[in-house]
Design a protein. Structure first.
Length: 296
């Protein structure tokens, strides 16, 4: 089935279907949530460093609600709204929840003191537009804290699939989603109206016995290819060659392969007069050249 919008970067129906499949699999065999759980812990650690209480919070891309529960347990939290596009995840949650796609938020301006998002924004085709919506949904001096996959995620898989498809099929199709680079993240927050923007990255490397095990986990997470321009099928010969190339180029002495997940952490505040402000242009009393002169 063709995507609803042929000009879109992502096939939104396929993406939601992947999350619905992950929700069903989680109910039957157990959730593949180790990556989301680890990143949720790191997000909570960052909130603890902020040392602020946020009465009204939004968990954007809530999955099974685990991160929302962690937010609700923080001191000073009065209510957490869980927003998730997959109905299968929503039906297993308790508390206030809503079906919502990060690309089109159904919230009024100045609704939340905190918007937190755990590995959902890398599936947004128009990230600047989504960030503008998130900033508007924050109360003045509210905080956006988000984690998303960065451009170095699954670089090993991307390399193996590219070389295998080129060799077996004489051409390539996009198999791993494009992602924002760390060097652009803070500037994008500033451009979309956030104050005091900060971005940093961490890499989580997971070891697998083979490519098949990695692909099973990606399906279980709901993180498989949903690009609108993707080929719907991968030949068995291409997949076999990719597995061989992956092991040859990246495997360790024990025969296991690594999968790298670059996690970008984005932090920005809705503007408020109480926040530190840059000095007006031309108000400096010292010259930069004097400050740079060697001392001694």
């Amino acid at each position: 089935m063709a995507p609803a919008d042929p000009t879109a970067l992502f096939d939104r129906r396929a993406w939601r279907a992947h999350r619905e499949r992950a929700a069903r699999q989680g109910r039957i065999t157990g959730a593949v949530d180790f990556l989301h759980a680890e990143v949720a812990d790191r997000l909570i650690d960052r909130l603890d460093v902020v040392n602020r209480e946020f009465a009204l919070a939004l968990d954007l891309g809530a999955r099974d609600g685990g991160f929302a529960r962690a937010l609700a347990a923080r001191p000073g939290t009065a209510q957490v709204v869980a927003a998730e596009p997959a109905v299968g995840f929503l039906t297993g949650m308790t508390g206030k929840r809503i079906a919502a796609d990060p690309e089109l938020l159904p919230f009024r301006d100045a609704s939340f003191n905190l918007i937190a998002s755990n590995l959902a924004l890398h599936w947004v085709g128009d990230l600047p537009g989504a960030l503008v919506q998130l900033r508007r949904a924050l109360k003045p001096d509210g905080l956006l804290l988000a984690a998303m996959l960065g451009g170095q995620t699954l670089v090993e898989l991307r390399t193996a699939l590219f070389e295998a498809e080129l060799a077996e099929e004489g051409g390539v199709s996009p198999r791993v989603s494009p992602a924002i680079e760390l060097s652009d993240a803070a500037a994008l927050l500033q451009r979309t109206g956030f104050a005091l923007p900060v971005a940093d990255s961490e890499t989580i490397t997971v070891s697998y016995p083979d490519l098949a095990a990695l692909l099973r986990d990606l399906r279980g997470m709901g993180e498989t290819n949903a690009l609108a321009a993707r080929r719907r099928f991968l030949r068995r010969t291409t997949l076999a060659r990719a597995a061989l190339l992956y092991a040859e180029q990246f495997g360790d002495a024990a025969g296991r392969i690594p999968a790298s997940f670059e996690i970008l952490f984005l932090c920005g505040w809705a503007p408020h007069p109480s926040q530190p402000q840059p000095l007006p242009r031309g108000s400096a009393t010292n010259r930069l050249a004097d400050a740079l002169k060697p001392r001694g």
